[in-house]
Ligand binder design. Sequence first.
Ligand SMILES: Cc1cc2nc3c(=O)[nH]c(=O)nc-3n(C[C@H](O)[C@H](O)[C@H](O)COP(=O)(O)OP(=O)(O)OC[C@H]3O[C@@H](n4cnc5c(N)ncnc54)[C@H](O)[C@@H]3O)c2cc1C
Length: 424
Amino acid sequence: MTARTTADRSTRTALVIGGGVAGPVAAMALHKAGIEATVYEACDDSASRPPKEHGSRPGAAMTIAPNGLQALEAIDAAEMVRAIGTPVTSLCLRSWTGRHLAQLTPPADLPTTRFVWRTELDEAIAREAERRDIPLRKGKRLLDATDTGTGVTARFSDGSLERADILIGADGLRSTVRSLIDPSTPKPHYAGTLTFTARVPKTELPSTEGVLYMCYGKRAYFAYQIFDDASAAWSVNLPHREPMTATEAQAVGAKEWLRRLGEAFADDRTPAPDLLTDTPAENVLITGPTETMPPVTSWSRGRMILIGDAAHATSPTSGQGASLAAESAVELARCLRDLPPGQAFKAYESLRRPRVDRILKHTTATATATSAAARTATPKPAGPLSRVLRDALLPVATKVGGAGGAVWGAWQFDHRIDWNERAG
Ligand SMILES: Cc1cc2nc3c(=O)[nH]c(=O)nc-3n(C[C@H](O)[C@H](O)[C@H](O)COP(=O)(O)OP(=O)(O)OC[C@H]3O[C@@H](n4cnc5c(N)ncnc54)[C@H](O)[C@@H]3O)c2cc1C
């Protein structure tokens, strides 16, 4: 037997940068794999995220898809989402006239999609990490990292240095680690819409009984769900020619945005106008610009690797970003459990690239196939002609599920990770 070199030694410790979805899930999975991991998160709760604020992070309201729940199940963590999530049993598409365009239901044998508030998800993830004794250090912004060949030393904005065998970049759309891996990596760019979300404490409208409605409004896109306790959630994609940062949009003020949204939906014969009227201004979350990320060609270099949005950001309306982030986190940990870092990174990328690329392509292809106006990837309002085409074609285009109607998610949702299978 030949002696093992330092390079093929298995991973014992990891620095995980980013305490969103991918980072803590990766740390939990690494922990299960017997690898010590610490999460470093730039945000400091006390300063920037009061507990009741639902909009302090992108994706203030979100759905966790069946594939995301199954990835979490592989590391016994799905319950943290189920405990806080409201079931979403189907998706209903409507035009601005109120016309029913399509009803999509997921395959029956998969876990039910859950609607969650981002703040509650963050809290649930933090509780679960704590229960598993996983350190989550807040107020730690990564500035730089040095790969020494046998490990990585990370430098944070508070001046501290940390060292481990590998460094995982789970630091989201504007990843610092991505630039450290490849300084020429492209940046996300503005996709032409601003996003808003709100929690409506009380509405007179009836419960949608688990159905999430997506309405292709005359001037903007509106999604909503009304819960059994008479509260509701909505989100809007509002076309806006000029790019605006979240901070600039927030400076306009929630009252003014509510007024502008009221105008944008004034002609729509959907519940949008009523739900906007029922929304207190302080509950409007101005999440900022929709951004698209060009494909990231280098996911790793030396002992640094990317997961989640840092590697493969999808459009917000695909409803897949957090679920893909959980999948990648679990798969990377499985590879690191079974293989030394270099081989593990290769195995991880070859497992993840085809699926991620297919989902990214699909969100774009769906947009093209169901006409320019039915952009499920980045909904924008349609012109008069494309509105007519969209409303005529969408019911046909989505009828792919046979007698039972259209299937929601199908192959994207039906993805399981076998934690016990050896990687590589
Ligand atoms: C409006 C909107 C709606 C969305 N809706 C959905 C949905 O319904 N379903 C869905 O699955 N996805 C949705 N998404 C996408 C989803 O939010 C992301 O895909 C998901 O959060 C990705 O997780 P992540 O951990 O990779 O990144 P993030 O959740 O963005 O977490 C990255 C973390 O890294 C931290 N960080 C950044 N830089 C540093 C640094 N230098 N040092 C330390 N920490 C750092 C950040 O503070 C952040 O906490 C939506 C997104 C938006 C914007």
